[in-house]
Design a binder for this molecule. Structure first.
Ligand code: S5P
Length: 452
């Protein structure tokens, strides 16, 4: 058989390790990203992998093999087929019906089970899985791992008395790739620093210009917004959180020349009247070339949202170029906003928001998949396929004492690669709203140009 080095290079060609800049689940920026799932799509490689994994230990001592779901399942299967040691399958979650078993297959208490894992990082996911296997009365002493990211996992498990057998470490992988001329000096040093726990520096990522985004977008509302931004040299959206029609219309006329869109909470207008509020507002939008963005933040099932969007006194669908919505109702809840560009709330600016954790990632997936979603509201960088709208911007304050947390336009453009900043009280509470809007427009545009 070929050398382990050659085998690694074959595996690498399937795209299992990528180098660059990646944001990990923990929020840490990593210079590499590992995903071994492609290995299962090449039967010859999977077979060899099974063989190499078995070679690392004397296999006769084991009665069972169990892979940690999902990536290690095919690897464990390959090992089982070659060694003829029976396979058991650990579920990710217990079934909600029937047997409610967490482990599937035939096994008996006291049997020794070899655990198979694709990648080990901090070791915490193995530390959650192993007790679930031990709780079934099985004995786990050894773990085989395809790739060790060398971030403490091995030590953690060995500290708990488990033997860990790793086929490759990330350092070995990097050394092989460097020798093969596939990885440069700078990249290698960055990875070494990262593994040593040092802060690593990446070349600043380039952001896309409005022109580039305009060329890529199909949605009429996104086009209109980007065209207004380019023409008026503004990325400012003024949030008109005022409570009378008079204030709303006055503000719209004052800030109109400086904004790309006016954001409303139309349900806080005390004297709302469609003809007296919306019709003149639409006229002002035409006069100053800005879009209307209704910050409704829908959060219901699709059918109810469809009604809320088109009926009642506000008839949002008849006038809003853009609307905001939560993604809490899932993919299909966004199917009905047909006349407006949809902006999904991916993370919020308020203290203690529940959009942290897995929510942001899941909401982003829905937003990226959905054809009517043109952008997201977020306090974090998002995919450049979406327009990023960042509220919580104020040049004077850091918070409002009610949970709102403020940042500067520089932060929004430089660190988040925002496309539009949303400013409420910074403008409508100031003594001169027109002048304040101009200040935010200039600051936002400067910060955008700097970030290019
Ligand atoms: O996470 C968010 C999302 C939104 S849309 N945080 C926010 O503050 N907003 C809205 O932006 C909020 O509803 C308000 O209308 C505006 C911020 O207003 P300001 O006065 O704090 O600038």
């Amino acid at each position: 058989m070929e050398s382990k080095k050659q085998f690694f290079l074959e595996c690498y060609k399937l795209g299992i390790i990528k180098f660059g800049q990646f944001t990990l689940k923990s929020g840490i920026e990593s210079p590499f990203y590992v995903d071994l799932r492609p290995l299962a799509s090449d039967p010859k490689i999977l077979k060899k992998l099974g063989h190499y994994l078995l070679e690392m230990l004397s296999i006769e001592q084991f009665d069972l093999i169990c892979g940690v779901p999902y990536a290690a399942l095919p690897m464990a299967t390959a090992m089982s087929l070659e060694s003829e040691i029976p396979l058991i399958i650990k579920r990710k979650e217990a079934k909600a019906y029937g047997t409610k078993k967490l482990i599937e297959g035939i096994y008996a208490k006291g049997q020794n089970c070899l655990i198979v894992e694709d990648v080990i990082t901090s070791g915490t996911s193995l530390l959650e899985t192993i007790p679930e296997i031990e709780n079934e009365g099985l004995i786990a002493t050894d773990i085989v791992v395809v790739l060790d990211r060398e971030q403490g996992g091995r030590q953690l498990l060995e500290g708990k008395g488990y033997r860990v057998h790793t086929l490759f470490t990330i350092s070995e992988a990097v050394a092989i790739l460097k020798e093969a001329g596939m990885l440069g000096e700078v990249e290698v040093l960055r990875i070494k620093d990262f593994l040593a726990g040092k802060e690593v520096k990446f070349e600043a990522k380039k952001r896309k210009s409005y022109e580039a985004k305009l060329a890529k977008t199909e949605h009429p509302s996104a086009k209109k917004l980007l065209e207004a931004a380019i023409e008026k040299k503004t990325n400012l959206i003024a949030s008109a959180d005022v409570i009378t029609t008079k204030e709303l219309l006055e503000l719209a006329d004052q800030v109109g020349p400086h904004i790309a869109a006016l954001k409303t909470h139309i349900d806080i207008i005390n004297d709302f009247d469609f003809d007296k509020t919306i019709l003149p507002l639409r006229d002002l939008a035409g006069k100053h070339n800005f879009l209307l963005m209704e910050d409704r933040k829908f959060a219901d099932i699709g059918s109810t949202q469809e009604l809320q969007y088109s009926y009642g006194v506000y008839k949002i669908s008849s006038w809003a170029d853009l609307i905001t919505t939560q993604v809490i109702g899932g993919y299909h809840s966004l199917d009905f906003f047909l006349n407006s560009g949809v902006i999904a709330i991916l993370s919020m600016s308020s203290q203690g928001t529940l959009t942290e954790g897995g929510y942001f990632e899941e909401a982003t997936k829905v937003a990226l998949d959905h054809p009517s979603v043109i952008g997201g509201v977020s306090q974090k960088p998002i995919s450049e396929d979406l327009l990023l709208f960042t509220p919580g911007v104020n040049l004077a304050d850091s918070g409002d004492g009610k949970g709102q947390q403020y940042n500067t336009p520089e932060h929004a453009f430089k660190n988040l690669h925002s496309d539009f900043i949303i400013v409420g009280r910074g403008i409508y509470k100031s003594d001169n709203a027109e002048q304040a809007a101009l200040r935010y427009k200039v600051a936002g545009w400067e910060a955008y140009l700097q970030s290019l």
